[in-house]
Design a protein around this ligand. Structure first.
Ligand code: ADP
Length: 397
């Protein structure tokens, strides 16, 4: 049994065909820069990699490459279901669900909450349903894991009608990743997830921390949209809501322009004036670049502040988990964050920290300190497992 997992973005398509039990990947690929002349898809099968340029650069063309490759390797008939990553499920979805026409209408109703992501996700579902009309399609929502947050964590102090009539509240994202690494952390700690209070830090281009109590999300640093919280690659994270009006007045930018700058030109890129890429920033900081140093400092400071804040949601912290491209690879960010968290009992084992990179999982905390783990995330596997589970449950009914 193989599950095809699709993550359809506005300019990208990530896919993987995998066995939900063993995690074995039959074929995977990433199409990027769709809609531009540089569009290309990178494919991987059995350790072999190849890149195809996409002459037209469209999503449909990238999807066509996926279908051709599946057929060429004789994998088409092995696909038993398709799992789709969907960013925003609003308050309606707290678990993965079969994508029926009625469910798709509900996902469409969430478009105003995620105007960039949900339309791209839906376009992916439509393409896949056309290509695989006989198969079950399942939606796995980034927000679903956080639907267990209590009102104290998810309500904003704004007029109640905004919540009631327009769904203005905190939702949280990266749920699939936080849920996966929390489960893996419990295995690595050799303790039942049900008795653990964990802080998970997913640090990639987008970043968020989550408080996980007994396997359930009780708080997240992301809010109504993925803009809230930590400093990210190009997103600002937290700021004063009064800033929008002030900046618009000073610069002449309309609200849309301010929002664009906060999403695309801020974060590590904005602070450093150099790059949104942590690896490049680390090299530049090492070379003495003042902007790169500041960007790293603010990133680490905000992260440490949020880990401490998650302690309030949990009452105690049994372990801290790092994941995502930065969390899995940047020994520097981890070490500096733990340095700032000494008051909560954290301390780093520098040797263990330095060698836990590039997909390694392991403990990086100093002896006698609060456990800190690095756990490579695997959102594709989590989506495949949840898809298989929804299909199996439907079969039993
Ligand atoms: P996405 O959120 O798009 O999935 P990733 O999880 O792949 O992104 O994370 C990308 C980030 O991880 C980039 O900032 C990149 O520089 C950073 N990263 C990857 N490898 C390293 C490394 N060896 N050291 C520091 N940062 C790294």
């Amino acid at each position: 049994m193989s599950i095809l997992v699709l993550n359809s973005g506005s300019s990208s398509l990530k896919f993987a065909l995998l066995d939900p039990e063993s995690g074995e990947v039959g074929l995977s690929g990433l199409a990027e820069r769709l809609g531009t002349p540089e569009a290309a898809v990178r494919l991987e099968r059995g350790g072999e990699r190849q890149t195809r340029t996409l002459a037209g650069g469209s999503y449909a063309e990238a999807f066509g490459v996926l279908l051709t490759e599946l057929a060429a390797f004789g994998l088409r008939d092995a696909v038993s279901a398709v799992g789709h990553r969907i960013v925003h499920g609003g308050e309606r979805f707290s678990a993965p669900v079969r994508l029926t026409p009625e469910v798709l209408d509900a996902v469409r109703a969430c478009i105003p909450l995620a105007p960039l992501h949900n339309p791209a996700n839906l376009a992916g579902v439509e393409a896949a349903q056309r290509a695989f009309p006989e198969l079950p399609h399942v939606g796995v929502f980034d927000t679903a894991f956080h639907q267990t947050m209590p009102p104290v964590a998810y309500r904003y102090a704004v007029p109640e009608a905004w919540y009631r009539e327009h769904g203005v509240r905190r939702y949280g994202f990266h749920g699939t990743s936080h849920a996966y690494v929390a489960e893996r952390a419990a295995e690595l700690l050799g303790r039942p997830l049900a008795e653990l209070r964990l802080v998970t830090a997913h640090l990639g281009n987008g970043s968020s921390v989550c408080a996980v109590d007994g396997g359930k999300s009780v708080d997240s640093s992301m809010g109504l949209t993925p803009l809230e919280g930590l400093v990210m690659g190009t997103r600002s994270g937290d700021l004063d809501p009064g800033l929008h009006e002030y900046v618009a007045g000073q610069t002449g930018l309309a609200l849309g322009g301010v929002m664009r700058a906060l999403n695309k030109e801020s974060g590590l890129l904005g602070l450093s004036g150099l790059t949104n890429d942590m690896r490049e920033l680390e090299a530049a900081a090492e070379g003495g670049h003042a902007g790169a140093r500041l960007a790293l400092d603010v990133f680490v400071y905000r992260l440490a502040r949020y880990v401490a804040a998650m302690g309030v949601a949990l009452g105690r912290i049994d372990a801290l988990v790092f994941t995502g491209g930065i969390g899995e690879n940047s020994a520097l960010v981890r070490s500096r964050t733990l340095e700032r968290l000494g008051l909560l009992g954290f301390g780093v084992d520098e040797a263990a920290n330095a060698r836990t990179v590039r997909g390694e999982a392991g403990h990086i905390s100093a002896q006698g300190r609060v456990p800190v783990l690095v756990v490579p995330t695997n959102e594709e596997l989590m989506i495949a497992r949840q898809t298989a589970q929804v299909v199996a449950e439907a079969g039993q009914e």
